[in-house]
Design a protein around this ligand. Structure first.
Ligand SMILES: CC(C)(COP(=O)(O)OP(=O)(O)OC[C@H]1O[C@@H](n2cnc3c(N)ncnc32)[C@H](O)[C@@H]1OP(=O)(O)O)[C@@H](O)C(=O)NCCC(=O)NCCS
Length: 186
């Protein structure tokens, strides 16, 4: 396995790159302050841009770690940052990663996140050398499951009452994944 950390990835419409502190205002404005975005997430909307900036400082300090993967999503056509995709859990022992993502509601429905997820999976399999990439969503957030499917992940199943959302409520998690061997048969 190669612990290459967060390197820039380019796709047709997107640049996935490391956050900088200058992204704080746009991150706050475009997605982190929006309750529509956080409806099915474990964190509540950010209260102010300073909160976002402090969080980014913490994230940026981790970029030195080769097993820290956290990209801001830049949409080339508008030259602005509109979302985030990251590894939320990395398990070296089984060469596996769990992915999380969210983005500005202004750009939902244009296939942006499936494009980002496919690119991140390619990176994690081909460059880092992982065996498994997985993601899960609240059973009520089927749209996110569709993103996983469109990116080529397979449905694994539902684990009941295994998550707690930002309202403090328990929810069922639906899991999808892709294995290195799945790609060999694609
Ligand atoms: C989930 C999210 C990342 C989707 O990103 P996106 O770039 O808009 O994804 P897409 O453009 O592929 O659109 C979503 C797909 O889900 C489908 N969809 C929409 N609502 C749906 C629903 N209620 N049930 C099932 N599928 C649904 C759309 O039709 C589309 O599929 P299609 O292209 O086959 O028609 C985005 O909505 C988001 O950031 N949500 C808030 C944060 C979040 O929920 N993150 C995931 C946590 S697990």
């Amino acid at each position: 396995m190669n612990k290459t950390g967060t390197r820039t990835i380019e796709t047709d419409r997107l640049i996935l790159r490391r956050f900088t502190e200058d992204d704080a205002e746009d991150m706050y404005k475009n997605w982190a302050s929006d309750p529509k975005v956080t409806e099915f997430l474990t964190w509540p909307p950010h209260p102010c841009a300073d909160f976002t900036r402090e969080l980014l400082k913490e994230w940026i300090s981790k970029y030195e770690d080769g097993d820290y993967f956290n990209w801001v999503i830049e949409l080339k056509e508008i030259d602005q940052v509109i979302g985030n995709i990251s590894v939320v859990h990395f398990d070296e022992r089984i060469e596996a990663a769990e992915i999380g993502y969210c983005m500005s509601s202004a750009y939902w429905g244009r296939g942006v996140m499936p494009e980002a997820l496919r690119a991140v999976m390619d990176y994690l399999f081909d460059v880092v050398g992982l065996n498994r990439v997985a993601a899960c969503h609240d059973v009520n957030n089927a749209k996110s499951g569709r993103v996983m499917e469109k990116a080529g992940m397979k449905l694994e199943g539902t684990l009941r009452a295994t998550g707690r959302n930002n309202q403090g409520m328990l929810y069922d998690k639906v899991w999808h994944s892709m294995l290195k061997s799945d790609r060999e048969h694609m």
